[in-house]
Design a protein around this ligand. Structure first.
Ligand code: HEM
Length: 181
């Protein structure tokens, strides 16, 4: 998986928990890179899982909460790094329903070795949609966090439900609702 996914994770840990915790989880997870990730290089996604698990063990914060917080942070960072992907998209549902064409297809063109997850969505009504996530990496909680980050970006609030469609978490259906405030 691309290094940007790792560098943003470590940056978030540094911001929220400090240097010492970054060092601690790098050591506890036996990180072969010793934390020295480069955004454009490619690394084994299992190492990210190990870093998150180490943070969970050290902080006592539930894994799901960490993954969602991370995904939420990641959206803002990705949107800032690749603003052209979001150009002309005015509504968060238009983005979520077109992740494939607007974003991840472009990511594959830029980085042929990247293998981002697949999304298939359909609008249910003005305020709700269904989105199916598919990836052997089983990172649906990060995807949920990215959706909250997408809502933040457009000044919305979402209510999201997850329904696992496979035992290993590789296929997950989301129901996303815009909350009127
Ligand atoms: C500007 C917006 C976005 C950019 C530039 C972007 C780019 C990327 C990149 C570069 C990766 C790493 C893929 C690899 O190395 O194989 C990735 C992974 C991922 N993306 Fe996106 N993405 C964006 C938005 C989203 C959104 C809105 C979602 C979900 C709603 C999403 C879901 C994911 C997930 C869950 C992963 C982790 C890998 C996996 O589950 O297989 N992304 N994305």
């Amino acid at each position: 998986m691309k290094g940007i996914i790792f560098t943003e994770f470590l940056e978030m840990v540094e911001d929220r928990f400090g240097y010492e915790v970054v060092d601690g989880i790098i050591e506890a997870s036996g990180d072969p890179e010793d934390g020295a990730y480069t955004a454009v290089n490619t690394y084994d996604h299992q190492q990210l899982v190990k870093l998150v698990v180490a943070l969970h063990q050290r902080s006592g914060i539930p894994l799901r909460d960490l993954l969602i917080t991370y995904g939420r942070h990641l959206f803002g960072q990705l949107a800032g790094t690749y603003p052209s992907f979001l150009e002309g998209v005015e509504d968060p549902f238009d983005l979520l329903l077109n992740i494939e064409t607007l974003i991840h297809t472009e990511v594959r063109k830029l980085y042929p070795e990247a293998n981002p997850p697949k999304f298939n969505g359909k609008r249910i009504d003005d305020d709700s949609l269904e989105l199916t996530y598919e990836s052997h990496r089983s990172m649906a909680d990060v995807a949920e966090g990215l959706m909250y980050g997408c809502a933040d970006h457009y000044g919305y609030q979402f209510e999201i439900e997850q329904l696992s469609l496979s035992e290993d978490g590789s296929i997950v259906q989301f129901k996303v609702k815009k909350i009127r405030t």
